[in-house]
Write a protein that binds this ligand. Sequence first.
Ligand SMILES: [Cu+2]
Length: 385
Amino acid sequence: MRGLSFLNKLPGLLLAVAGGGSAWAELPPYSFPQPVTPIAHETLHVHNLFMVIALSLFFAVLALMLYSFWAHSKARGHKASSFVAPTSRKQWLWVLTPFVGLLILDYGVFGIPAYHAVLQYEDTKNNADLVVKVTGSQWLWEYEFPAEGVRFTSRLSTPREQIENTQAKNPNYLLEVDNPLVLPVGKKVRFITTSNDVIHSWWVPAFGVKRDAIPGFLREFWVKVDTAGTYRGQCSELCGKEHGYMPVVVHAVPEAEFKTWLAAKKAQASGGSGAPAAAWNMEQAMAQGEKVYASACAACHQPHGKGMPPAFPALDGSQIVNGPVDEHIKQVLFGKPNTAMAAFGASLSDADIAAVVTFERNHWGNKTGDVVQAEQVAKLKRVGQ
Ligand SMILES: [Cu+2]
């Protein structure tokens, strides 16, 4: 297999032969993304190997066929034969030889490398350095490092204005998130996926992995990134209205940098993400709340807070938003069963819920003056619905 690895460079090589450029640097833009994991290298290799064989066969058979049309045409005095089944030993040979040839080709030349690749994809058992759990939710990803007790959500960070075409689009439009997943280079990472609601699918093309995240099931795959960089992907299972808005972003960094990042996340986990050391003041809470609102709530309740009645109620002037604080917080923590209003208790930190509730209570026409703190949210969470 290794001996044929030059095939990975084939598209680039052909281009170079045609254009006189450098053959070995990068795959050309129309080709696959540059592979950065063993699985992605293997997949590309298998693809290229099969492609070369299939194309060679195609051209060989086509050439033989064209030659036969020309050499055995009626104009050259040939007469069509009228047999319907092989009648002589020689004719049987003509039938059986390609048949056996195809069997050998399928099971040997294609089957063995494909089998080897599939075994490699499924090899999640041995010597993983790290375990990451990925949970899909409508419409965000949640990452967890169970051994380290680190858990965070990763949401689309492209502003709504760009989606609605009132602002110029970022270069990584719809492929950018607030909290990217960070992985150490050169370490085997075992992933476990599942889902909170419907089937999602975690996909990063440069890693050569795509695995469905299915509610009630745990599924596995593994990744060992060999080159530091930022890799982007998307949910690739149609999962509802904002299916297109749940990208995957992975930063692969040297191990030391990864450890620093993980330690920082761990410290944050005990303090709550984005929360100030002491408590929210109005200004901080409004700023953070506006961000949370834009990424988690504005799709339904709209940036102007007027919602889209009757489907999505207005928050501007809403009785709940201007009523008792606890009821407002509970609505966000636990959602409203059997409506589109989801429970955000698991996907937003207590501090973020406090911030977004503060924002809603003091934005648009709402002027309650309340500043909500993470503790208040945590308390209601403990009491439960
Ligand atoms: Cu999805």
